[in-house]
Design a protein. Sequence first.
Length: 153
Amino acid sequence: MKKWVLIVFLSALLNAEDGIKKVVFDLTTGDSKVFEKTILSGIVFTKNHYENTLEELDVAVVIHGDAYKFFVRNLDLTKYKNDSALKKKQAEFEKRLASLSSSYHVTFLMCAVGMKKNNLSKEHIYPFVTPVANSTIGLIDKQNKGYAYIPIR
């Protein structure tokens, strides 16, 4: 009996990810206010919460649906060229997203199928965004690695 308890305990220790919490955001919203609240501000708040409790949070964002527009370098070269509200916020969004990537180590994954559908190439998006085969595969891969799933609609 003691052997089984020891085996189960050691197995749990070996399979633990050093206490790192993990979350994947399924980002589909095109609403700037929701994007700002949940991604730009929400991730910073959540990462700081875990840092203050001496824990680590690994964050990934899978981009698809109406959310592509927040990750485009030059709106004038895309179907988003007439979105005047987005143009006003784009420089701020870019700066904050770059900070999430570099300072907070957030991984941004974009659905390549949707990129093609929206006539977006790798050159159209920020360099810190990585295309994945499709959003479903990106989400499956993260969830199978233990990431908690949070939809942002």
